[in-house]
Design a protein around this ligand. Structure first.
Ligand SMILES: [Zn+2]
Ligand SMILES: [Zn+2]
Length: 285
């Protein structure tokens, strides 16, 4: 059983539509795929409608959080998407995306990079605009060779020259809200150092004490030593260990199913959640 619990669609900054994502997941031989767009659940309906038979969809989201000035991502699974408190917080975060992207464009213009808001908006298309879209504009302009090269202190990494802050949820609040909506929380790529400063282990321990369910260990941004260290940390703290591709379509190099989650861990996630059930594919269009 192959389980990939972290994927993005055009509902946020992926390049596959939700329908393409589930078809590609089935073609990649996955049995379970999670749709975890940034701060939104609006891809769910399309993904469910197109879900091929043999593939199960786990509904989720990747919540933008910040702790002690460090941005971090919290994966949330199988929560009730209509639960009002969690819905309101996601809207607060999302509404800040456009002003924030505009602020990054303005900072780049001050650095003599001729990027325009129209260009970034065109790249984002229907998706909720984010930093990867600004990074893609820098690639288009030939400022950097790849999107990853834009995530440095010179450009768009946290605290970088063209970085702009946005509203992000306190992770303790995120855990509380997701639990209140019947969902399960997993700290995404906790040691992805190249994205900026990472969350210290003491914070992970406090989050675990506050009800965090798991941490994402097997991820493209973690090297072998980091994975070993995180596996040990998870064991010490009694946290579930997940692995996933963080697939973004053609925007990032990672393939669907490149990293996967143990079926037992997946089973535990489904047992702990009461907000939504995994959706078995009925063979959609
Ligand atoms: Zn993330
Ligand atoms: Zn992600």
């Amino acid at each position: 059983m192959r389980i990939d619990l972290h994927c993005h669609s055009t509902a946020s900054d992926g390049t596959d539509t939700p329908a393409e994502l589930v078809r590609n997941a089935a073609a990649a031989g996955l049995d379970v795929v999670a749709l975890t767009d940034h701060d939104t659940t609006r891809g769910y309906a399309e993904a469910v409608a197109a879900l091929p038979s043999g593939l199960t969809l786990v509904t989720g989201a990747e919540l933008s959080c910040r702790i002690g000035g460090v941005s971090m991502h919290m994966l949330a699974y199988l929560f009730d998407p209509e639960e009002p408190a969690l819905l309101a917080e996601r809207e607060l975060v999302r509404d800040d995306r456009v002003p924030r992207a505009r602020a990054m464009v303005a900072k780049l213009n001050e650095l003599d990079v001729p990027v325009t808001w129209e260009q970034v908006a065109r790249i984002a298309g229907e998706g909720s605009v984010g930093r990867p879209h600004v990074a893609a504009a820098l690639v288009e302009l030939g400022v950097v060779p790849t999107v990853s090269d834009a995530f440095t202190q010179d450009w768009l990494a946290d605290g970088g020259r063209a970085y702009a802050e946005k509203h992000e949820t306190d992770p303790f609040e995120a855990i509380r809200l997701v639990k209140g909506a019947g969902g399960v929380t997993v700290l995404a790529h906790p040691a992805a150092a190249k994205r900026g400063r990472t969350v210290p282990e003491s914070d992970v321990a406090e989050l675990a004490a506050a009800g965090l369910d798991g941490i994402e260990v097997d991820h493209m941004d973690h090297d072998a030593d980091t994975r070993d260290r995180l596996r040990g940390l998870a064991k010490d703290l009694g946290l579930l260990v997940t692995g996933s591709s963080d697939y973004h379509g053609s925007r990032k190099t990672c393939e669907l199913g490149e990293y996967t989650t143990d079926p037992e861990v997946y089973g535990e996630i489904t047992r702990r959640s009461t907000g939504a059930f995994p959706v078995p594919g009925a063979g959609g269009a």
